[in-house]
Design a protein around this ligand. Structure first.
Ligand code: SF4
Length: 324
């Protein structure tokens, strides 16, 4: 069996106009070439509107420009005019696929959903996820099969460490950092700095400086700084950590960096846990979904963090572990 499809993936169905934070809000939609060619072949007012709003962005992608931060085809009933006028089969690839994500590792494929979608976040964080057995046949790859086997095994061990439910989540996260410091050193010969800072305020400062869709998000993070994260959320954070391990860990076959996945978990835990602690009636799943939309699923913000994980000594695993 060379593919793995989690249960939540099969259960997903878009809730369209009932969605509390539609993917048609705040994001440019990148239009693939085939879809644009099809739209260009059409005649009439609707076809003219599609042509009018399709422009080239600064990265050279063809996109639908947003109107008041909304997709121009997202109508007042919160439904999609392209779906209504042309049918589901003529949605562009971006809209047809979201929130489905395919992780292609050459000789095996794994599937997941994006936490940036509220319905997907409910499914992923609402119940425990059955982790893949990882008994894939690994051959004919550009990377070394031995490295992938090693990473699959380290990924399983990471999942076991973070799901040892008799232990508080913070302690498990610390153990997870420790295990992956050893993997990083032994497999990739990269040592973590023994840096010791004063506190975790730098994580809040760095997040506040990111580029957000919602201009109030920086203020929400600022307000949350210094809040104490309750252990009542340990189950949800365990599922969040398992999701990140599944979603990102094997990227190390290219990046040669397993610790960046664990540092992503650390940041998501500190920021979303603190936001939840600062609110009177927090909805942690929506808080995590928002963080995913603003940070995890933002190419620029995720890349900014990844670069800092490598270059900023305050993100040293030893420093992070000292604060939990
Ligand atoms: S965010 Fe998810 S549930 Fe909401 S409209 Fe998009 S795909 Fe549907």
């Amino acid at each position: 069996m060379n593919k793995f499809i989690p249960n939540y993936y099969k259960e997903f169905e878009c809730i369209a106009k009932l969605c509390p934070d539609s993917c048609c809000q705040g994001w440019d939609v990148v239009v693939d070439e085939n879809s644009e060619n099809y739209y260009n072949s059409l005649k009439g007012d609707f076809a003219d509107k599609i042509k009018e709003v399709t422009v080239t962005d600064e990265d050279g992608d063809r996109i639908f420009t947003l109107t008041d931060k909304r997709c121009p085809f997202w109508n007042k009933d919160k439904l999609c005019d392209i779906y209504i006028n042309l049918g589901e089969e003529h949605l562009c690839d971006t809209c047809r696929n979201f929130p489905r994500i395919t992780m292609d590792y050459e000789c095996f494929t794994e599937y997941t959903l994006s936490l940036a979608c509220p319905k997907a976040a409910e499914l992923i964080l609402g119940e425990d996820f059955i982790f893949p057995l990882s008994n894939y046949k690994i051959k004919n790859t550009e990377y070394h099969p031995y490295l992938m086997r090693l990473l699959l095994s380290a990924r399983n061990r990471s999942k076991d460490i973070i799901t040892e439910r008799g232990i508080p989540f913070k302690k498990r996260l610390k153990n997870l950092l420790g295990f992956n410091v050893a993997i990083q050193d032994q497999v990739f010969n990269k040592k973590e700095e023994h840096f010791k800072g004063d506190d975790l305020s730098f994580i809040f400062d760095i997040h506040e400086g990111l580029d957000f869709i919602n201009p109030e998000y920086a203020e929400i993070i600022k307000k949350a700084e210094g809040s104490t994260i309750s252990s009542e959320y340990d189950d949800v954070f365990t599922r969040l950590a398992v999701y990140y391990i599944y979603r990102y860990y094997l990227n190390a076959v290219e990046t040669k960096n397993v610790l960046s996945t664990i540092k992503r978990i650390f940041c998501a835990y500190i920021i979303t846990g603190s936001i939840a602690a600062s609110e009177t009636e927090p909805d942690l799943i929506r808080i995590i979904q928002n963080y995913s939309k603003e940070v995890e699923h933002s190419y620029e913000n995720a890349e900014t963090l990844e670069l800092l994980f490598e270059s900023d000594e305050r993100f040293s695993a030893f420093n992070l572990a000292g604060f939990i």
